[in-house]
Design a protein around this ligand. Structure first.
Ligand code: COA
Length: 168
């Protein structure tokens, strides 16, 4: 499916970020210490590169978008987005984080709403993601944005992940 990344947002410049943007991505992530308390280990430049190169099973890089949202030059959010996963009608957010300087002003919710609006125009029926069980910030944010527990959860060595879904 052909998608237009810039249509993900009505407000911000959206583009793929890569190794050349590493210092900006690292600066954004490393300030979000609460997230890494629940989802260790703490971020490093190498872990960001690994995430940029990570793919779910049976997916290709055609459907993977490791994105930066920019307000002029300032990186304000990062999203790891997978199209058509786990099925053709569903999109998957592998990671989403805003810069702490803009948090709690509705920026994250606006980004998710704009994304959902666009995905609906493409004919998708839902968005899926996971949050670390017990992370109050992530759980509150995804609930506020219409994501409901699917009943699916899985354990990793360090934490449990709750799988949430928003119907479009
Ligand atoms: C979750 C996150 C993306 C929200 O971004 P944002 O730009 O602040 O989003 P919004 O302003 O739209 O909403 C933030 C909501 O979280 C709430 N919140 C913030 N910190 C919180 C905390 N520690 N505990 C509970 N709720 C919290 C805010 O009160 C607000 O909800 P409200 O409007 O009902 O009061 C951002 O906090 C973040 O990047 N966190 C670290 C990464 C993360 O957890 N990502 C999601 C899991 S993958």
């Amino acid at each position: 499916m052909k998608i237009d990344i810039q249509s993900f947002s009505n407000q911000y410049i959206v583009r793929r970020v890569d190794k050349n943007d590493l210092s900006k991505v690292y600066a954004l992530c490393s300030k979000n210490s609460l997230y890494y308390q629940y989802c260790p280990p703490i971020v490093t430049e190498q872990s960001i590169i690994d995430d940029m190169n990570a793919l779910p099973a049976n997916k290709s890089f055609n459907d993977k978008y490791y994105l930066g949202y920019f307000d002029s030059d300032k990186l304000i959010a990062v999203m790891d987005f997978i199209m058509a996963y786990p099925d053709e009608k569903t999109a998957f957010i592998g990671f989403f984080m805003t810069d702490i300087s803009v948090q709690n002003y509705g920026v994250g919710s606006k980004i998710i709403d704009d994304l959902c609006e666009y995905l609906k125009t493409l004919g998708l029926s839902g968005v899926r993601l996971g949050w670390v069980k017990g992370n109050p910030q992530a759980e509150h944010f995804w609930h506020k944005n219409g994501f409901k527990e699917t009943g699916i959860s899985y354990d990793t060595d360090n934490y449990a992940v709750i799988v949430g879904h928003r119907t479009l």
